[in-house]
Design a protein. Sequence first.
Length: 602
Amino acid sequence: MALDIYNSKTGHITIVTNKEKKFFIDIYQISAQDPLEELLNEFRKAEFSTTLTSKQKLSLLKMLRKSTPAFSIGEEPRGKIRGDDIELYLDVERPYPPMLRRPPYQESLETRKEIEKLINELLDMDVIRKIGNNEIMEITTPVLIMWHDGKYRLCGDFRALNNYTKSARYPILMIPHALDQLAKAKYITNMDCMKGFHQNGVKPNCMKLLRIICHMGIYEYTRMPFGIKNAPAHFQRMMDTIFQEEILEGWMVVYIDDIIIYSETWEDHVQYIDRVLSKCTPINLKISLKKCNFGQQEILALGHKVSGLSLAIDQNKVAAVLQKPVPNSIKEMQFFLGFASHYRNHIKSLAHITNSACSQGLGAGLHQRQIVAGEPREGVICYISRELKDSEDRYGATQTECLCLVWALEKLHHYLEGAVFEVYKDCTALKSLLNMETTNRHRPVSMISKTFKEGFAAIKSIYQLANLQARRRPSARESRQRMPSGNEQELSEYINTCERCQKANRKHEKKYGLLQHTEEPKHPWETINMDWVTGLVPGGKENYNSCLIIVDRFRKSMRCLPFHEEDTSMDTSLLFWNNIISTCGVPNIIISDRDPKFTSEF
C-alpha cells in the first residue's frame, strides 16, 4: 500500500492511500516533543538550577518521575504518615479547669469569611471533622487567623492547653550547626514536607483535647495541628528515625519539616535524592513540589542564604531590622541591640558599631576558599566581635593582638579543629611574644599548643610561655610619677628586672591561700573569729537584716551584734568598738575573711 503525506490548508496532515481513502489527523497529535521539555512541564512547579546541563537535568527528571508518588502534585490531598500518630498527656485531672473550656473569639465579618473558607479546606483534606451534638465537650479552643507568606492560616489558640500538657522533650538541631554542615557543598537541594504537621495523625483518645471552636461550631483535629506544645519535638523525632542512616552518613540535614541534601558530585547528588524519596513513598510522607529547589549552588534555607562557600542572612530578614525606628531612649536602645545581636555573625565589627566612639574591641572574620568553575573564590562564613573588658583596655598593642588571636581560635574552634587553616594579622609585633617574660596576660595562649595538633607547631613556638611572675605591682603614685598613662606594663617589667628592687622586696611569708597554724590563745578575748550572717528577715525596731558573729577562741563564747547590710566599714568599726573593745579590750589576733568592711577603713 502506497501512502502520500502532504500538508492541508485546514491545519491537518492528510494521509492518502492508493484506494483514495483519506485520513485526517491534527498536526498537534503527531508533533514531536523534546523529552526534556516534557519532563520539565510535568515538574514545572519545582525550581531547578540554571547552571545544570541538559544531561544533568534529564537524569534528575527521570529519577523524579520514578518517585512521583512521594510528591503532592496538583489538587491531590496531602498524605498521612503511617504508624506515627501523636499522643498528648495532661498534667491535670478531670474535671478540667475552666481555662480549657473557652468560647470563640469575637471576629469581624471579613475575618469570619476567611475562617469559613479555611475550615472548609481543612474538612475537604480530612484534617478536622465536625463534632456531633451528642458528644461530650470538655475542652474547646478558640481559633485565630494568622497572615503568613501572603495568605491566611487557621491556628488554634492552644496556649491554655499547652500550660497543662506534659512536655515530650527531644533535641532539635540548632540552625547554625545545621547550616555549618554544608561546607564544600557544590550541589544543594532543599525539600519541604507538605504541611508537615498535618501529615501526622492523632491518637483517637487524644482527639478530644484538640477541639477548636468558632462561629461555625466545634471541630476536632484528626491530624496534628500547628501550635501545640509537643508538635515540633514529635515531628523532629519521627524524621530523625526515618532518615537516621542518611543523617549519619553526613550528606543530609533535617530541621523539623525541612530537608536539605548536599554533595560535591552530581552523580552522588541524584543518588541521594533518590534514596530520600524512596523512603518517603512507603510511609506516605508527601513532599511539596512547589517548595523544592534541585541542584542549586545557593539556596534560601532556615532564614539564611547558604552555599558551599558562604553563609549570609536572607535579605527579607534584614528588612525587619531596617524598618525598626531609631531608638529614642536607653530602654529602646537596649531592645534594639538585643534584637540586632541575632545578626552578629554576619555584621563585621558589630561590637565596635554598638560601642562608644572612644572604646575598642576585638574582631575576627572566618573565610573559606574554594575552586569554583576552575577559579579560586573566597566567601565569608561569619564575623565575630566583642568589646574589651576593663582589665583588657590597658593592654598594649602586642598584648591586644595576642588576646584577639586566642579569643578568635577559642570562639571558632568548632570550625577549625581537624582542619588546616591560616591566620592573617596586620601586626608584626606578635613575633616579640617569644622574648616576653611576663605571662599573666598570655596564659590563655597555652590553650593553642595543647588543643591543636602538631601541624600548628609555628603557633606553638611563637607563643611559648615563660614561667616568671611579677614580684610586685607598682603603686598608683609610682605610675603617675615615673610613667605616662598606659605604660604601667613597662614600669612593672622594669621593677621585675631591677636587681636592687628584687633584693629589697623579697617576700619571706608563706604564699597566700595555704593553711597556716594559729597558736591557741592563753587568755579570754586574746584571739577572736568574726564573720557576717546576711540575708536575714528584717526585724526589731531598727529592721536589722544581718548580724556580726564574734567568737572568743579561748572560751568558745559567741556574741551576735545586729547590723544592716548597707552599712559601711566605718559603721562596722563603731559597732566593734562599742561592743567588744569597750568591754573586753583589744584582741591580739582577729581572724576573718577579706570582706571589704574588714579590709578598708576598719
